[in-house]
Design a protein around this ligand. Structure first.
Ligand SMILES: [Zn+2]
Length: 302
């Protein structure tokens, strides 16, 4: 992956440069080979996205980066600054540089400074706004206005303003559309098994045949059988946390899947089965996984 140059850093919006909220970061591999952007101070110690004592001004962070040893610089957003960052992942084709239509539409609607992220496959839109409360994070789209640092590349997206514009109303519209308030989780609500009529699935057999990693059996006051499992979407959990996921079956055959992690909030038995059932063709799964912006990223064949 290519790194930014000092010329490119000159593109960074002045509104950000003026603040002493900068840090450095390095690509590091942690856990299951997942490349992570670890924040650092220029002295080589870790930086924290929530500890201002570990931040520097733009010039110092840039100078440390120039001296080498880091992958890039970043900016920590706080509740005391007016900034919000909107991350659009996996929306730029590496081969053609083409931007997915849904992502481009969003960039245009915000009409504020936007740049490519270090992977070159994502975009970040910077706006002035306060994010409504609650987590705004799902595959392909994340929004933060505090408690988080953003990488800054200076790879300004041509056609977007050089300044960070006030876009509160636009942000609220996006959140309402993309992160609607979840209905109160009704404990005990079960999504009935909706497979082939007449087929009664045996959960133990199903788990065994689908290769789901079962961590143990557990007790539930109403379900006949409940198993703690490794969530098939565990890679989306914060820190890859393997706890908090269970599946079960009632005496009448009804099945449920429940995962406490926010990414899995809308997922029930139907989604779980589709994800892990070997009878569901891999292409169907792939298309679903990539259906972030309505259309999968187009790739031109040579
Ligand atoms: Zn999960």
């Amino acid at each position: 992956m290519r790194a930014s140059t000092s010329t490119e850093f000159a593109n960074v919006s002045d509104e950000l440069k003026e603040r002493r909220q900068w840090l450095l970061w390095k690509w590091e591999t942690v856990g299951e080979n997942k490349a992570t952007k670890v924040p650092y101070q220029s002295n080589g110690r870790r930086a924290s996205s929530t500890n201002p004592a570990t931040w520097a001004n733009f010039e110092d962070a840039g100078a440390s980066f120039e001296r080498g040893g880091f992958s890039g610089i970043g900016f920590a957003v706080t509740k005391d600054d007016p900034f919000t960052g909107i991350d659009l992942d996996d929306c730029v084709s590496l081969e053609t540089g083409e931007i997915a239509p849904g992502a481009m539409e969003l960039v245009r609607s915000f009409d504020s400074y936007a740049e490519k992220t270090p992977s070159s496959t994502g975009l970040r839109i910077w706006i002035q706004a306060t994010k409504p409360t609650g987590e705004c994070k799902k595959p392909g789209l994340e929004v933060y206005d505090r408690g988080r640092y953003f990488t800054v590349t200076g790879w300004h997206l041509a056609g977007t303003p050089e300044t960070i514009e006030p876009r509160q109303k636009e942000l609220e519209a996006l959140i309402a559309e993309e992160f609607p308030k979840p209905e109160e989780p009704r404990r005990g609500e079960r999504r009935p098994y909706d497979g082939t009529p007449g087929e009664k699935l045996d959960i133990e057999e199903f788990l065994a045949s689908s290769g789901v990693l079962v961590l143990g059996e557990t007790l539930d006051s109403t379900a006949e059988k409940v198993f703690k499992i490794v969530c098939p979407w565990v890679h989306e959990h914060t820190g890859g946390d393997r706890s908090g996921t269970r599946v079960g079956q009632y005496a009448d055959g009804a099945l449920f899947f429940r995962c406490e992690h926010s990414h899995c909030a809308g997922r029930g038995w139907a989604e779980f089965r589709e994800e892990v059932d070997p009878r569901v063709p891999a292409m169907v799964k792939l298309c679903k996984a990539r259906r972030v912006w309505g259309k999968p990223a187009r790739r031109r064949s040579a």
